[in-house]
Ligand binder design. Structure first.
Ligand SMILES: [Zn+2]
Length: 272
């Protein structure tokens, strides 16, 4: 299908979602806030059904998974330990010709020379790092000791509550902790409707095991997730498993895969 047709399909989906009360632009009557969405009467029901179904099959119907619900505001030391304070950033470039702010990976390359995708300009600034985390202050004083971050993903509270969760649930390895909740990323270019937004909800499962069981369990969970998508009506023909190469994997990972879906805007990750 051609690119323009896919762009038209996206336009149709966005306007249908608004018209039927699924998804509205956030703060719309004041001009809207880019990358943020409000779920309307039908949208909230759809989203809740999906979350409830996921929770049922992932937590309630299993003996080896417990749930948790962590705070959104996160201690800076947690996110220093996870590497997010140092490394959770996009390299940014400015085009001096048309003044566009661009992510490094948006540049186009012609004959080995980087160019601005808007104007074709080659007069570009050096890359600088831009942290994607939203920062805020806890308490009245705005000194550094009171900085907190809106969590950029739900995983960290699962990790820092691992010991507590293991002790109170009396589980033994292998076992998992699941969480559904909001996460926040100050995306430079929110796009593709709700797909790349600044505030979003994640369904996450961290499954803990002994190293020697890892590869086998990774395969098991890959199949479980594919089944989940099929059970909510998504055809397996539109799902693709991508093995994440060494350089993209977290330092602790022996193996990682993404489950990607054929969206109108391309094949994109929906589960890792
Ligand atoms: Zn330009």
């Amino acid at each position: 299908m051609s690119t323009s047709t896919n762009a038209e399909r996206m336009e149709k989906i966005v306007s249908l979602c608004k018209r039927r009360g699924f998804i509205f632009q956030s703060s719309e009557i004041y001009g809207g806030l880019n990358g943020l969405w409000d779920y309307g009467p039908l949208g909230v029901e759809l989203k809740r059904n999906l979350k409830n179904y996921w929770w049922r099959v992932t937590v309630h119907e299993r003996d080896d998974v417990v749930g948790m619900d962590g705070a959104i505001l996160t201690h800076p030391e947690v996110l220093k330990a996870s590497g997010h304070v140092e490394g959770f950033s996009d390299p940014m470039i400015d085009c001096r010709t048309c003044k566009a702010h661009l992510r490094f990976d948006q540049l186009i390359e012609k004959k080995g020379v980087k160019q601005c995708p808007n104007c074709g300009g080659r007069d570009l600034t050096d890359a600088r790092q831009f942290n994607l985390m939203f920062e805020t202050h806890v308490g009245a004083a705005a000194e550094e000791s009171s900085i907190a971050y809106l969590r950029p993903e739900t995983a960290q509270s699962i990790f820092v509550q691992f010991k507590n969760s293991l002790e109170v649930s009396r589980k033994k390895l292998p076992f998992g902790i699941a969480q559904i909740g909001k996460a926040f990323r100050n995306e430079i270019n929110p796009r593709n409707f709700t797909f790349r937004s600044r505030e979003f909800e994640q369904m996450e499962l961290e499954y803990f095991c002994r190293p020697e069981q890892g590869t086998e369990l990774l395969e098991y969970w890959k199949e479980e997730r594919l089944k989940f998508y099929e059970n909510i009506g998504i055809s397996r023909a539109n799902l693709h498993v991508r093995n994440v190469p060494d350089e993209e994997r977290a330092f602790y990972s022996k193996g990682t895969y993404d489950i990607e879906y054929d969206f109108p805007f391309g094949q994109q990750q929906c589960w890792r």
